[in-house]
Design a binder for this molecule. Structure first.
Ligand code: B12
Length: 210
């Protein structure tokens, strides 16, 4: 396979145009789409997460990298489906009711997509009923909730309770995250997992489903 470091570097530097072009060229040359994701794109987003944690990258860099990742993924996703590779899981992802912060959520979504998950992005200000509907009507087997405000954290508990009331709690694994969220809080509300970073979301999803 041709050297695809430029794809890795384009995502790392948030260069959506080059990410797209490199992906297009690689696919035209017969590269394996799954390999592109696993060996170049996901590691690039992992490095983005690491740099953010070390304060080398800030929110604008994260957004640009997430956009570059999405641009490349748009070309790859249809091929993965066409090649018969089954999504490893279906995730209903959203920022909880009352909360409009979506940067972290979008990063988590891009990482999960890169990890082979089908992501149903419900957006921001997502009500418990919307999460329940995504499980019942769209067959999501993972619910992933994001909250950035201490005042909206309780909406996570309300959503867990709504899933129980709707009788679908045992059909899904629940992941939570966002700056104010802790492992302790996840345990307290009965969620299945928490990570501090988007980079850890794929590993976490795999762990809880296994
Ligand atoms: C950008 C920002 C905004 C933007 C949001 C733009 C957008 N499209 O998202 C705007 C300007 C709209 C905004 C509005 C407000 N904000 Co604001 N905002 C921020 C800021 C500066 C950065 C948040 C961010 O994007 N971080 C970067 C991302 C990448 O990090 P992240 O979201 O934490 O996500 C990472 C992890 O947490 C994890 N993760 C996130 N979600 C999930 C989910 C799962 C399942 C998993 C596994 C992992 C995971 O992965 C991500 C990547 O590693 C924070 C300060 C801060 N340092 O957090 C304040 C902050 C969150 N905001 C704050 C406040 C108060 C507000 C407002 C109430 C302000 C106001 N008076 O209007 C409003 C509320 C609006 C609302 N109803 O939501 C406070 C919250 C304080 C508190 N105790 O609750 C903060 C902490 C600022 C502060 N220090 O006071 N905000």
């Amino acid at each position: 396979m041709q050297d695809l470091k430029p794809l890795h570097d384009a995502i790392l530097s948030g260069d959506a145009k080059t990410a797209k072009e490199t992906t297009q060229q690689a696919l035209a040359a017969g590269a394996d789409p799954l390999k592109l994701v696993q060996e170049y794109m996901v590691p690039a987003m992992g490095e983005v997460g690491r740099r953010f944690e070390c304060n080398e990258y800030f929110v604008p860099e994260l957004l640009l990298s997430a956009r570059a990742m999405k641009a490349a993924l748009e070309l790859i996703r249809p091929l993965l489906i066409a090649s018969g590779a089954q999504p490893v899981g279906r995730v209903a992802l959203g920022t909880v009711k009352g909360d409009l912060h979506d940067i972290g959520k979008n990063l988590v979504g891009a990482m999960l997509e890169g990890g082979g998950y089908e992501v149903l992005d419900l957006g921001v200000n997502v009500t418990p009923e919307q999460f329940v509907a995504a499980v019942k009507e769209k067959g999501a087997n993972i619910v992933a909730m994001s909250a950035l405000l201490t005042t909206t954290m309780p909406a996570m508990r309300t959503t867990v309770d709504a899933l129980k009331t709707a009788g679908v709690r045992d059909k899904v694994k629940i992941l939570i995250g966002g700056a104010p969220i802790t492992q302790r809080y996840a345990e307290e509300i009965g969620a299945d997992g928490f990570t501090e970073s988007a980079a850890g979301a794929v590993g976490l999803a795999k762990k809880v489903v296994a």
